[in-house]
Design a protein around this ligand. Structure first.
Ligand SMILES: *Cc1c(COP(=O)(O)O)cnc(C)c1O
Length: 244
């Protein structure tokens, strides 16, 4: 390796380290403000476009969850992740015909938004002798061309999925619309929290509302203040994404 490259790498490691501690401090502050403990909030790193050695470095700092968006990218990096103390989640839009490739490899699929997709996850989980945890993705901003179930269809979808084998609903996930102000985005987060709370008592063996996954680099503190207990942060941790 050239000297220049290794200096670049060292800078990258240093930046990740300082970003990591800043984010965990902000998480702790927001958790306390909302009457919870820092450890009540799961900090998932969104790792799309990030090289495995940087991901593993972040894991060595204490990260407990990472999430990938694309099946192809996940598979190409899979053997290099150090997952001894860290879970791998799938957080992107998942096509039914690709479920087969990630079942047994991921601890959670955060982006389930149709019965069709859930049925395939169930079928392949049974076949592989595993149970797959999922979150139901909600299209809280009612945006066209965006994944997620609409709020009025959420309860029915959860009811249907809860009857499937080897699939367990663990909560809700959302990617709200891009907003100009923190007040605006907080309204979407508040609405997600209301849904989360309303559905929580309607438990069954396969439904356990543990996680409300929302908030990204620009708004994770607001999300926590509104009740999120899992945030998904990418660029604030690893720096601006470079697409190859
Ligand atoms: C990329 C991504 C994130 C993280 O985005 P940043 O703005 O970089 O923090 C979170 N959730 C999902 C589903 C993503 O695709």
């Amino acid at each position: 390796m050239t000297e220049e490259l290794s200096i670049k790498k060292k800078e990258m490691f240093d930046a990740i380290k300082s970003n990591y501690s800043q984010i965990t401090e902000n998480i702790a502050r927001a958790a306390e403000k909302s009457g919870r403990k820092p450890e009540d909030i799961s900090f998932l790193a969104a790792t799309k476009t990030v090289e495995p050695e940087f991901i593993n470095y972040a894991i060595s700092l204490g990260l407990k969850q990472i999430g990938e968006n694309r099946v192809q990218e996940l598979l190409s990096k899979y053997d290099e992740y150090n997952l001894d103390n860290c879970e791998l989640h799938f957080i992107g839009h998942l096509q039914t015909n690709k479920v087969r490739q990630i079942i047994g490899k991921v601890s959670m699929i955060q982006s389930v938004d149709s019965f069709h997709l859930a049925k395939e996850i169930s079928r392949l989980s049974v076949k592989n002798g595993v149970t797959t945890d999922v979150l139901i993705e909600v299209n809280i901003g009612r945006e066209e061309n965006k994944s997620g179930v609409l709020t009025e269809n959420l309860e029915e979808l959860i009811g249907k999925i809860s009857l499937l084998e080897n699939i367990k609903i663990r909560g809700l996930m959302s990617v709200p619309p891009i907003c100009d102000t923190k007040t605006e985005i907080s309204k979407f987060f508040d609405n997600m929290y209301k849904l989360f709370i309303d559905i929580s008592p309607k438990k069954s063996d396969n439904v356990c509302m543990d996680f409300l996954s929302m908030g990204m680099s620009d708004d994770y503190q607001e999300a926590i203040l509104c009740g999120a207990n899992m945030i998904r942060v990418g660029s604030r941790l690893f720096g601006a994404r470079v697409y190859r």
